[in-house]
Write a protein that binds this ligand. Structure first.
Ligand code: FES
Ligand SMILES: [Fe+2]
Length: 325
């Protein structure tokens, strides 16, 4: 059984932009197939499995508020109840003939769903206000576990090597001590200092950047890059959320919130992030075991891994058993 920390959480299943009116989208989350669509005013998420013969409903279509199965055209209303079976038009479908419907919420341009008991809201993007321009990059599919992807995002010591010349420089590879604290709600990492030759799509000169991380949920984390002048607002905040299709096949979404962004620079933000993520993906897909080992002596560590070790301890406390070993 998948633990409650994961089942009873919100997971990003699609971006709002992907949903066109009455066009069905088939997705997978935690091994469950999901069908999603927008009827123009409301968005719906239901199990993508016809109760008749298990067919994928996302291969069907929507007609006047009815979801229609591609196989024998059973029709389902917006509550998931079966309303009509064409091969027996004289019989009213039984009340139990229905499709499970999932709670859904739209936040930061993403559609989040929960397969269990949902918490009040999706993870909160701290510090976000109207000064920021949001760009959703990805989704990036990775053949590994969600915690490996989150831990990689938190791992600053790889920047000079995997993102050489962009997010780090081999001449500045040393990671000085930084602060880590954790509460039941999450882990905070502060004062991670790193020299970056090319910190974002607009930063072309090298500078020392201070990173702060907030691990918000087992599979959601945000990074705030603080510029040298403390009175200025952070120029970049980056939010990563990882939605597992299956335990070892996950989809990562990255929301870039920048003070310098605009419609014109959106493509540059995408190009920059795509390049960075592809560098990470090769490393991530090479790591074994794919599940994140929670036992502290399962892997060797270095001083800079303090944040990763705290993340592992926190996952252990929450009882996260999906994507971990
Ligand atoms: S399988 Fe869906 S109507 Fe028969
Ligand atoms: Fe990376």
């Amino acid at each position: 059984m998948i633990c409650s920390a994961i089942v009873d959480d919100w997971h990003a299943i699609a971006s709002r932009k992907e949903l066109q009116e009455n066009k069905l989208i088939g997705r997978e989350l935690l091994g469950e197939r999901i069908v999603l669509w927008s009827d123009g005013s409301q968005i719906h998420a239901m199990a993508d499995r016809c109760p008749h013969r298990g067919t994928r409903l996302s291969l069907g279509h929507v007609n006047k508020d009815q979801l229609i199965c591609p196989y024998h055209s059973w029709q389902f209303n917006n509550e998931g109840g079966c309303s009509f079976q064409p091969a027996q038009p004289d019989i009213k479908p039984s009340a139990g003939t229905s499709i499970p419907k999932y709670p859904l919420v739209e936040r930061y341009g993403l559609i989040w769903i929960c397969l269990g008991e949902p918490p009040e809201s999706p993870p909160k993007f701290k510090g976000l206000d109207d000064d920021y321009h949001l760009v959703i990059t990805g989704p990036y599919d990775v053949a590994t576990s969600a915690p490996r992807v989150v831990e990689n995002f938190l791992d600053v010591a790889h920047l000079p090597f995997v993102h050489r010349g962009m997010l780090g420089d081999e001449e500045h590879a040393e990671i000085k001590d930084y602060d880590v604290s954790s509460k039941a709600e999450g882990v905070e990492v502060r004062n991670f200092r790193i020299w970056q030759p090319n910190a974002s799509s607009i930063h072309t000169e090298g500078q020392e950047i201070t990173y702060s991380y907030d691990i918000l949920r087992p599979y959601s984390i945000m990074l705030t890059k603080t510029p040298a002048r403390a009175e200025e607002k952070p120029t970049d905040m980056i939010f990563l959320t990882v939605a597992p299709m299956q335990e070892l096949n996950v989809r990562a979404w990255i929301i870039m919130a920048t003070t310098y962004g605009s419609e014109e620079t959106e493509q540059a933000v995408h190009d920059f992030q795509d390049k960075i993520f592809m560098q990470d993906k090769d490393i991530l897909e090479s790591q074994i075991p794919q599940k994140l080992p929670l036992r502290s002596n399962a892997e060797k560590h270095q001083r800079a891994d303090k944040a990763s070790l705290e993340y592992r301890r926190w996952l252990t406390q929450l009882g996260v058993n999906y994507g971990t070993i």
